[in-house]
Design a protein around this ligand. Structure first.
Ligand code: CP
Length: 310
């Protein structure tokens, strides 16, 4: 862990609010927790007596499970609510849901919601620490942090790297958090995708928009492909999936343009054969499952730090 540093945030709502020192500290804390997951008894008493509620209004496999695994490995009591089994199906508003959860006095609420800003709104109604597990098209900070941890672990650094992000940048909270995080840590971020799925103003975030797949991948240290988000698409923004795969899909030939030791990343779930070909997803450069492993360590660090530990 970083000596002489105090984590100043009550909530983790986005990478946007974090400084490079904060990110460095979260990653270093995560590294220190990582070995707990390889012990025969994968449990430490660090968060014993703390109550963590996972409030997921959108589907999730990796994020929800790894927040739960992270909390349990630190001995916290965890409770999961999903939209389909909550009283949201009966018309209860998010504010009423938040007030009722707050009345049960949890220490931390982890929330995923389809509305950008929902976690920020939640902080106004609860005393608990709030962690954003993905809000609409806005941010997915735990994903950005686990991506940075994976790259730092494999490359030994984040500064001076070329990070290529390919796909639906417009709808991707992963891309937004990734661009903010990698640029804060000194990487150069290049993006490419269908012109209809590239938002304006990316240069203000420090990303460079490329005009071809070859350009974005050439000499990259990291090639991150994004999931085509069928649930957030307006059909007119996207070519057919077959066309998308032909023009933007990352194949073995495309990856050959990157540095020989380039990392292939994807946040999951993968649309195999559309944005990423199976032989690349499962190939020797892929660190996709390392991302998932690191997700547990990063979320242990996030839970630990928002609960007032440094
Ligand atoms: N990467 C990610 O957020 O995956 P899930 O939707 O499965 O949580």
């Amino acid at each position: 862990m970083t000596t002489g540093y105090f984590f100043p945030h009550r909530h983790i709502l986005g990478i946007d609010n974090l400084t490079a020192d904060d990110i460095h500290h979260i990653l270093t804390t995560a590294e220190s927790f990582k070995e707990i997951s390889s012990r025969p008894i994968k449990k430490v008493p660090t968060l014993r007596g703390n109550t963590i509620i996972n409030l997921f209004f959108e589907p999730s496999t990796r994020t929800r499970l790894s927040f739960e695994v992270a909390a349990k490995r630190m001995s916290a009591d965890t409770f999961n609510i999903s939209a389909s089994t909550s009283s949201a199906t009966k018309g209860e508003t998010l504010i009423d849901t938040a007030r009722n959860i707050a009345a049960m006095n949890p220490d931390t609420i982890v929330i995923r919601h389809s509305c950008s800003g929902a976690p920020h709104m939640l902080t106004r109604y609860v005393d608990a620490a709030v962690i954003n597990a993905g809000d609409g098209t806005h941010e997915h900070p735990s994903q950005g942090l686990l991506d940075m941890l994976t790259v730092r672990e494999k490359k030994g650094r984040l500064d001076g790297l070329k990070v290529a992000i390919i796909g639906d940048i417009l709808h991707s909270r992963v891309a937004h958090s990734g661009i903010l995080g990698f640029t804060k840590m000194g990487s150069e971020v290049f993006v490419y995708g269908p012109s209809t799925l590239i938002p304006k103003g990316l240069d203000h975030l420090g990303a460079t928009v490329c005009s071809s797949l070859n350009e974005v991948v050439e000499d990259a240290d990291v090639v991150m492909t994004l999931r085509i988000q069928k649930e957030r698409q307006n059909d007119s923004l996207l070519p057919s999936f077959r066309e998308y795969a032909r023009k933007f899909g990352v194949t073995r030939n495309v990856i050959a343009l990157a540095k020989p030791d380039a990392l292939v990343m994807h946040p999951g779930p993968i649309n195999r054969g559309i944005e990423l070909m199976p032989d690349v997803a499962d190939g020797s450069r892929s660190v996709i499952l390392d991302q998932v492993t690191n997700g547990v360590a990063v979320r242990m660090a996030m839970l630990y730090l928002v609960m007032g530990n440094t």
